[in-house]
Design a protein around this ligand. Structure first.
Ligand SMILES: [Fe+2]
Ligand SMILES: [Fe+2]
Length: 287
């Protein structure tokens, strides 16, 4: 079995409908040229979950010639068609069905999905933030527990798992417990998206530390960083993360030091902004 370092490209929030064409062309060229062992896409493929957006997303993803796993983001479940939102939310993913929420098995490493996007939340409105339901967590833990002893594990999800902001605001429901059980399972890192800026943080839990890696966006919904994706190298029990971007901003200047609530500009005063600090005042319009 291959024993060397594994290279993974972690993409997120491509948001077809408001995609940055130059950025995705560049990301695709990097994948074609460098052939990473796998590509993990942590959700928000589209802007409004509309058919043409999904068609473009599915075509782009089907054109990747490496193993791919795709998470579902809050922008990817039907927004206008409420019947479909509740009864058949994944129908528009048909073309890439086998990649959605799929476990990838690489040499001595498994990438295990965790669902954080829900159709509705009785706890609050709107429903754009995450919720790890008991059912979703159980499913992920069952997959982890079924792995051969000693397999390294990465977990992929759309929403970062921290449950509360410093001021107490509710972020991902059930995130605290989820982080603790994943730390207890010795998960190497949790990969997520949603906030459009990269980060690489370690959360301390009662069961030990848990590394949380966030990817930026490849859309025009730029937050405080230029479009980017993460290159993640897993070498033994070490992980190295590079936030690659066309503007060649060094990784430390790309990463924020705290997880904000979401990507919506303008970010509230006091919320984290990356050192490179490119904050557009408003989101560009969606057509
Ligand atoms: Fe997003
Ligand atoms: Fe999102």
């Amino acid at each position: 079995m291959y024993n060397g370092p594994l290279r993974l490209f972690h993409l997120s929030d491509i948001h077809f409908g408001l995609v940055d064409q130059q950025a995705i062309d560049w990301a695709k060229a990097c994948i074609d040229r460098e052939m990473p062992h796998a590509v993990a896409i942590t959700g928000d493929l589209t802007m409004r979950a509309r058919h043409p957006e999904f068609q473009a997303a599915c075509e782009w993803i089907q054109g990747l010639d490496v193993p791919v796993t795709v998470e579902v983001g809050n922008h990817d479940i039907p927004y206008f068609n409420l019947y479909q939102r509740f009864f058949d939310p994944y129908r528009r993913f048909k073309a890439i069905e086998r990649m959605v929420e799929t476990q990838l098995d690489l040499p001595n490493l498994a990438i295990v999905p965790l669902r954080t996007t829900t159709r509705a939340q009785y706890q609050r409105f709107p429903w754009s933030n995450g919720w790890v339901t008991d059912h979703a967590l159980k499913q992920t833990l069952a997959q982890i527990d079924a792995l051969p002893e000693g397999t390294r594990v990465l977990v992929t999800c759309h929403h970062p798992l921290p449950e509360r902001r410093a001021d107490g605001k509710l972020l991902t429901i059930n995130g605290t417990r989820t982080m603790e059980v994943l730390a207890g399972r010795k998960v190497m890192a949790v990969l997520s998206g949603h906030i459009h800026d990269p980060f690489d943080l370690t959360e301390q839990t009662p069961a030990g530390p848990l590394r949380m890696i966030g990817a930026g966006t490849l859309s025009k919904r730029i937050r405080s960083t230029p479009p980017s994706f993460n290159e993640i190298v897993i070498d033994g029990d070490q992980i190295r993360v590079t936030a690659r971007n066309l503007e060649k901003v060094p990784t430390p200047a790309m990463q924020i030091d705290e997880v904000p609530e979401n990507a919506l500009p303008p970010r509230e005063p006091g919320e984290p902004v990356s050192p490179v600090g490119k904050v557009p005042p408003v989101d560009p319009p969606v057509h």
